[in-house]
Design a protein around this ligand. Structure first.
Ligand code: SF4
Length: 673
């Protein structure tokens, strides 16, 4: 019997990027576990991934190319060879390009796999060369990143491990215990050492229950609460004058803006009592090191970017940046010197190439978007839009078009793949090579293939090499091996990677970036903000410029231009579909809905697997007892949740864990499972 341990990494769109060890026996992966030596993973994997080998060997895996033989959406396919699949793709795409031009082809992908090689940017070079319509990826964090850059610049800002040194920790719009599990031990350690942990969330989450103080606020009002904190801190002169003077710009403008948010008005907008606002602002200003951990949920409203900007002003205002464990954590991804443009090749984009935002896929496919070149072919990889994109009914309508040629690369027959004309088999993380950055810690991780690809599955890198050859592209880009691509994908000469290369990664599986220790990671002790002014910009210079480079997620993480001038100061804007902005709609649909990540699924991944489904239980909707009473709903009743865009059935979970007026339904369930 031959047994070995292979160094692996979790592939998922999760800040923890766990470092794994896969035990392989006679060529079969028998167990996946967390690496006990890794300072962040600490040997544990979450309930989603701790039996990853079952995902790999699931009898539901797609292991050969498939061709549709039944009606769209029926899931009826026959197996075909790769040669036959590629030949059909070439025939169909060539005809479409001849008749309508390449812009009639639309790719659609996101972070189904997070690897540097197989993740966000894979496929961009191919579709740029082809001339396809650009798929603009603003699902997550493009707004928050833009806002963070406007204030602090692209900085790692704080090491999540440094939180053990924090004394006042604000977890804002994040349920760490469910969605950033490996950060929690650092927070809990700080709590044991006497730190106060505050959770700001409209829902009483697991994390809220573990905190010292839970502040409920109305969804989408975060910016008003943050501006209220700024108002109190300035009014009570709790600011760090020296830090503000030396390392910030725009204080007087911020002061004037915050003056419009006195405690009484903030309480009215947010639902947070005035006394709580005062205590929060005072605690954050005077208990150093104070730190804010922002969750991705914060940006999901009209005022989301403003909330990030206002929150990003707070540490500079009170001098939190001076201390290890002080500041604000958005995502430390900016410490990783990834060469996104080398992977994506935006230089191959032809002028005038149309752009379709991924939020509008349903509208694009149904013709509602009025594109000059209507979409005639869609290729989906690393995503399952029927489950994760808005307007599900419209998506199904568009995907049902007989004249739409749809190609999907997948591990499983997802709700989206069921509508494909051609399905191509994709490998899992144990069958592919990759190098993993992280948006939740400061370690670079290697993922070695633990086993040979099952059946005829291929990694995304190989998929696009095959498609490039099929379409006659001969650029050296597609002659690269995965290891060549890894060499190209990082700036190995960057100080952050000093002493790190593929050989050192192979020896240990991971390496901490060369950024100093978590006990002395204080990059903004003396300002050094990577903004145009070199200071924390309360008043943003790039917003006022009116034509700035935005991290639009069109190609990798950076790129895209906007000519739209933005307000240089943070403000609060009511949610677009709130009673203030659309009273007619609000009277028809008086309940708002939050759809947070589930504890057992990772976006739509695992929504088909038995163990995780069992763990998640049936689709539930959390409803406040007052709202349940007025609708005659009892716990366990099956209710229909609906608006003009779609509907689903769920079991009512009647609980005061959500406030009146807000229902909560975790995301990730597949329509057919
Ligand atoms: S999903 Fe997140 S917490 Fe779970 S194993 Fe992967 S990286 Fe770790």
């Amino acid at each position: 019997m031959l047994e070995s341990s292979v160094l692996s990494a979790c592939p998922h769109d999760c800040p923890d990027t766990c470092v794994m060890i896969t035990t392989v026996r006679d060529g079969v992966a028998v167990k996946v576990r967390g690496n006990p030596d890794h300072p962040f993973t600490r040997g544990g994997l979450c309930v989603k991934v701790n039996d990853y080998e079952h995902r790999v060997y699931s009898s539901d895996r797609i292991l050969q190319p498939l061709r549709r033989i039944g009606p769209k959406g029926s899931g009826s396919f026959e197996t075909i060879s790769w040669d036959a699949a590629l030949a059909e793709i070439k025939t169909r795409w060539t005809a479409i390009i001849d008749e309508s031009g390449p812009a009639a082809i639309l790719p659609y992908s996101y972070l189904g796999t997070q690897g540097t090689l197989n993740g966000l940017s894979v496929g961009d070079a191919f579709f740029n060369k082809l001339g396809a319509t650009i798929s603009e990826r603003t699902f997550c964090d493009s707004g928050a990143i833009t806002a963070f850059f406007m204030t602090c610049g692209p900085t790692a800002a704080i090491d999540p491990e440094s939180f053990v040194h924090s004394r006042f920790i604000v977890l804002w719009a994040i349920n760490s215990i469910s969605t950033n599990l490996h950060h929690w031990p650092f927070i809990a350690e700080a709590q044991r050492r006497g730190a106060k942990v505050v959770v700001i969330d409209p829902v009483t989450t697991r994390t809220a229950k573990a905190a010292d103080w839970h502040i409920n606020l109305r969804p989408g009002t975060d910016a008003a609460l943050a501006l209220g904190m700024i108002n109190v801190i300035i009014a009570e002169d709790l600011i760090d004058h020296d830090y503000v003077e030396r390392y910030t710009v725009g204080f007087e403008d911020l002061k004037a803006r915050a003056a419009a948010f006195p405690p009484a008005r903030v309480a009215e907008i947010t639902g947070v009592a005035e006394d709580d606002l005062l205590a929060l602002a005072r605690g954050f200003a005077t208990t150093q090191p104070s730190v804010i951990r922002m969750g991705v949920a914060i940006e999901r409203s009209a005022s989301g970017g403003n909330a990030v900007r206002a929150l990003s002003c707070l540490p500079a205002l009170v001098g939190s940046w001076r201390h290890c464990g002080g500041g604000i954590m958005h995502m430390p991804i900016w410490a990783f010197p990834v060469r996104w443009d080398a992977l994506s090749r935006p230089d191959w984009i032809k002028p005038g190439t149309p752009v379709v935002n991924q939020w509008r896929l349903g509208q694009a496919l149904t013709g509602e978007l009025g594109l000059a070149t209507p979409i005639r072919s869609l290729m989906v990889y690393n995503s399952n839009p029927i489950v994760v994109a808005p307007e599900q009914a419209k998506l199904e309508q568009g995907l049902s078009r007989e004249d739409l040629f749809t190609v999907v690369s997948e591990q499983f027959l997802t709700d989206t793949a069921r509508f494909a004309d051609i399905v191509l088999p994709a490998t899992t993380q144990l069958e592919q090579f990759d190098v993993m950055f992280s948006w939740g810690h400061l370690y670079l991780t290697l993922n070695e293939p633990a086993i040979a690809p099952l059946g005829e599955a291929v990694p995304n890198t190989e998929l696009f090499r095959r498609l490039a050859r099929t379409m006659g592209f001969d650029d050296p880009y597609w002659a690269m091996t995965d290891e060549d691509m890894a060499q190209m994908a990082f700036d190995w000469t960057s100080p952050a990677l000093e002493g790190i290369d593929l050989a050192t990664l192979r020896a240990k599986g991971y390496a901490r970036l060369n950024v100093g220790s978590a006990d002395d990671f204080v990059p903004h002790r003396e300002g050094n903000s990577p903004t145009p002014s070199g200071k924390c910009e309360f008043k943003s210079s790039i917003a006022a410029g009116g034509n700035m480079v935005l991290p639009l997620f069109r190609q990798g993480y950076m790129g895209g231009q906007s000519g739209e001038a933005l307000d240089p100061l943070p403000d609060y804007l009511p949610a677009r579909e709130s009673p203030q902005t659309n009273p007619q709609l609000a009277s028809r649909y008086p309940l708002g809905m939050l759809s947070p990540k589930s504890h057992a699924f990772l976006n739509s991944s695992y929504g088909n697997l038995r163990k995780q489904l069992h763990h998640a239980g049936e689709q539930k909707v959390l409803i406040n007892p007052a709202d349940a009473l007025t609708r005659g709903i009892a716990a366990g009743d099956v209710v229909r949740v609906y608006n003009d865009r779609g509907s689903f059935d769920a079991a009512a979970d009647v609980s005061a864990d959500t406030m009146a007026g807000i229902v909560v339904a975790p995301m990730g369930y597949w329509a057919r499972r």
